[in-house]
Design a protein around this ligand. Sequence first.
Ligand code: AMP
Ligand code: MG
Length: 405
Amino acid sequence: MNNNALISVEDALQRIRASLTPIRGFERVSLRDGWGRTLAEAVTSPINVPGYVNSAMDGYAVAAQSLQADTPLTVIGQAMAGVPFEGRVAAGQAVRIMTGAMVPEGADTVIMQEMTQREGDTLTIQGSHAAGENVRQIGEDIMADAVVLQAGKVLQATELGLLASLGIPEVTVSRRVRVATFSTGDELCSIGQTLGPGQIYDSNRYALYGLLRALDVEHLDMGIIRDDRDAVREAFRSAAEVADVVITSGGVSVGDADYVKQTLEELGQVDFWKIRMKPGKPLAFGRLGDAIFFGLPGNPVSSMATFYQIVQPSLRHLQGQQGTTHWHLQARTTSKLKKSPGRADYQRGIMSITENGELQVASTGHQGSHILSSMSRANCFIVLPAEGGDVEAGEWVTIQPFGLL
Ligand code: AMP
Ligand code: MG
């Protein structure tokens, strides 16, 4: 394919996915250390959950046949959570039982406390009841040997709880993808230093840090590279030796000091470098030795937008995760959105919910790719398809909430 061709975000993602094999390494970690990590293999349950027949209510355990007779029952003991009743429940008898307690032998039904009346050891049941009600059966939640989590699942609070409920103390997770990042540009000054004339602070370094921190990757921050052919070459060589993925920002367009693409062509290979999206047209993807390379544009909004749309799903795929496509919702725009046809726009929007429960979205205003404050005011991208032009207020548009990215 011609390296200079413009390609769509969808095509870019498809090509990247097709060319990237999820990493193979894995490690065993304790359940707590598994938080945020990606399961490398499916987990099957070693036990039934529940492991024994137990009560879903505080009440009385009885045999279903006792419900037919209209006579009071005799309470013969109690079953507490963790302290079972040792005897057997015969017809005409009941055992006081608490939620989670083992249903005693002979009983198969629990009558909730609110439907009973008790005087001494005599119990009267009110209302009509079905056999088996308020009883949790063995394996009702999870059967022994059933697959409970698939490989590729990212372990969150629920999964830690679920694994703990099965008594599983350790998990096998995929090795973290090692990601090296650089900023490029002679104008860049590190925070903590004084800005010289024509200099700006290196903000991409920190935005990228945050973006990567939200993922299950190991981040190697390799600082700033000057706009110098040898410096770029040297930095690329050393990064490719230690990282699975190398990400740069800046220097990727066709300016006089843009050495990223040239160096990638010289040391590795460029698969494509122009994406039909705005912000962020120039984006390099390729190989640098064994490492995968992403060259993000320098403008702060462009580098964040291309990261979210292209790099983040790719890193997740590489990490072996399931479900790496972004959520798209529909919202009615309250602002007129200016757009020129040709590239897909990822405008910054502020979504909210109307009194009627409908999603609506407003533009953050000026959409310049250098205006990072627009990302901070926004809580979603407004995604406008490549072919379309201006969108009038009141029309429906597609949005991607940042919280779901
Ligand atoms: P470039 O892609 O190198 O031509 O950069 C495009 C614009 O992004 C220029 O205005 C750069 O000054 C700016 N830029 C590049 N890198 C960074 C960075 N790390 N932090 C903030 N702005 C940057
Ligand atoms: Mg530059």
